[in-house]
Design a protein around this ligand. Structure first.
Ligand code: PLP
Length: 358
């Protein structure tokens, strides 16, 4: 089997155990004579998978009973609208901390629905090289909520510790959820598109305080209300059953490792790559401030765009794919999500050393 070393930013590498399980179970799911995709979402077979996925999330992330765990559709981008629709009533405003392209989009979308404020930005000529310091946050304690992006997939920055805020904290964790231990109780709402650490694209995870769901706006269409999905265990309409099945497979695999071991693995991978970048800083430039470095998406530049193109092409010949930076930023980006093993990072570092020598 010729599998490549996949450093894609998302959709991204998935644990081989989760994929092999899907392969084994595809034609005949647990002796039912059909695949899970062909089962009714109202049937026992699918419902068990659905509930197992929710249970695994609860245990892996330590989600308290006072929170709903929802599977929605439309990606994280859909949440950019759904959050203000539910949580931002007229007469109040919401604070956004802008740390990259995704928080910009979240802020702009919310501005189409209600009143929004920029509580801080590290834009500085569109480079977003860092996470703001706590003293730079100009927060409105009466805000309906404060929105953060925990890991900035495009620019390779990550909140190392979350700020203490008075207003309810809402966080886009699309690109680092399940990559480290978090204290869910600090947040009112956490959301993430699945296609990095959770599973395939097509399903969005929302973890939201039951109180917030109860207090959310009711003057919006039923399909946009968190309450609709909370009351129906995310089975109000047909969910993306195959995507959720694969999420179950990924989570079952992660549960065998445990969140603390996953975090340690991610630290080891990131320090191997950043260590190499620092050591070869005459050639490779890591633009992100050290204190803001992401463990999930490592971005760097080479001396010229020509060399960057050659780097990506030569890496592909060496079986390493997904290393081109985002189309809006350029450069190189290696995404080190949970399914990327340390050995891949070591191979990448060896390749970088050889490439630099020419
Ligand atoms: C941090 C972050 N937020 C939001 C998105 C948008 O996600 P989606 O494509 O699921 O709408 C992405 C996509 O990569 C992301 O990395």
């Amino acid at each position: 089997m010729a599998r490549v070393l996949n450093f894609n930013a998302g959709p991204a590498s998935l644990p081989i155990a989760a994929l092999e399980r899907a392969q084994r179970e595809l034609l005949d799911f647990e002796g039912t004579g059909m695949s899970i995709i062909e089962h009714s979402h109202r049937g026992k077979a699918y419902e068990a998978v659905h509930n197992e996925a929710i249970g695994l999330l609860r245990s892996l992330l330590g989600i308290p009973e006072s929170y709903e765990v929802l599977f929605l559709q439309g990606g994280a981008s859909h949440q950019f609208a759904m959050i203000p629709l539910n949580l931002l009533p007229p007469g109040q405003s919401a604070d956004y901390v802008i740390t990259g392209g995704w928080s910009e989009k979240a802020y702009e979308e919310a501005g189409r629905i209600g009143t929004v404020r920029v509580a801080a930005t590290t834009e500085e000529e569109k480079r977003y090289r860092r996470i703001p310091k706590p003293e730079e946050l100009a927060l409105d304690d009466k805000a309906a909520y404060v929105h953060l992006t925990s890991n900035n997939t495009l620019f390779g920055t990550q909140w190392q510790a979350f700020p203490e805020v008075k207003a309810p904290l809402v966080c886009d964790m699309s690109s680092d959820i399940l990559g480290r231990r978090i204290d869910v109780s600090k947040f009112t709402l956490i959301y993430a598109g699945a296609q990095k650490n959770i599973g395939p694209s097509g399903v969005t995870l929302v973890i939201v305080k039951k109180d917030a769901v109860a207090a959310a706006r009711k003057d919006i269409p039923v399909i946009f209300r968190y309450e609709t999905f909370a009351k129906n265990n995310s089975l109000y309409n047909t969910p993306p059953t195959f995507a959720i099945y694969l999420v179950r497979n990924v989570l079952a695999h992660l549960a065998e490792i445990g969140i603390d071991a996953i975090e340690r693995q991610n630290e080891a991978k990131a320090s191997a790559l950043y260590g190499a970048l620092d050591e070869m800083s005459d050639y490779y430039k890591a633009p992100v401030e050290k204190a803001s470095r992401s463990r999930m998406n490592v971005v760097f530049r080479l001396p010229s765009e020509e060399l960057e193109k050659k780097f990506v092409a030569d890496a592909a010949k060496a079986n390493m794919v997904g290393l081109a930076g985002h189309r809006s930023t350029g450069g190189i980006r290696a995404s080190l999500y949970n399914a990327v093993p340390l050995t891949w990072v070591e191979q990448l570092v060896d390749f970088m050393r050889a490439f630099r020598k020419g």
